[in-house]
Design a protein around this ligand. Sequence first.
Ligand code: E4P
Length: 217
Amino acid sequence: MKFFLDTANTEDIKRYAQLGLVDGVTTNPTLVSREGRDFETVIKEIAQIVSGPVSAEVTATKAEAMIEQARNEVKWADNIVVKIPMTEEGLKAVKVLSSEGIKTNVTLIFSVSQGLLAAKAGASYISPFLGRLDDIGGNGIQLVKDLRQVLDTYNFKTEIIAASVRGAQHVQEAALAGSDIATIPAAVFGKLWSHPLTDKGLASFASDWDKFQAQQK
Ligand code: E4P
């Protein structure tokens, strides 16, 4: 399973990329706007920090304009994936872009039919939003399981990115559901290796070791 970071913050990306466990990055207009810096500059910097796919979203709403933005974004670095919203115009754009060999990540997926349409249009990635679906009483993990089944049944190469991840539980369940990728906010990523019993165990090992060392003197 691949881990992407869901952030446009280059300091967080540098920090976690050093672990060698970050396979890519996803951004969206909200995440980029939080950085208060020029979109192109931020994406180019991110694409230099990580060698894996970096999703940069289009802001246009009409297919022709999305395609134009996408063709421009992919000139910024070799590892850019163009993020396209799940709309009728977005599907038209994905169809054209995939025929040109431009990788796309169709975002804001909340149903199996949306995911299936995006895969049929040639999306490289689809992003079901777990947290936002859970928020309205849906079941984000069930959606990942269903998408996995549909993509496998029809041999689509499209990869599933579990997005809108709110905690370690989502990451674990997305892995069990067969998601290819989880895109994880930096705050959640930084907690994935923590467990209270690990901390408790380490504290008791350290205290026993200190006692043992004292006895040796
Ligand atoms: C995915 O690529 C999106 O950037 C992201 O996961 C959105 O999640 P949110 O619900 O935390 O905004």
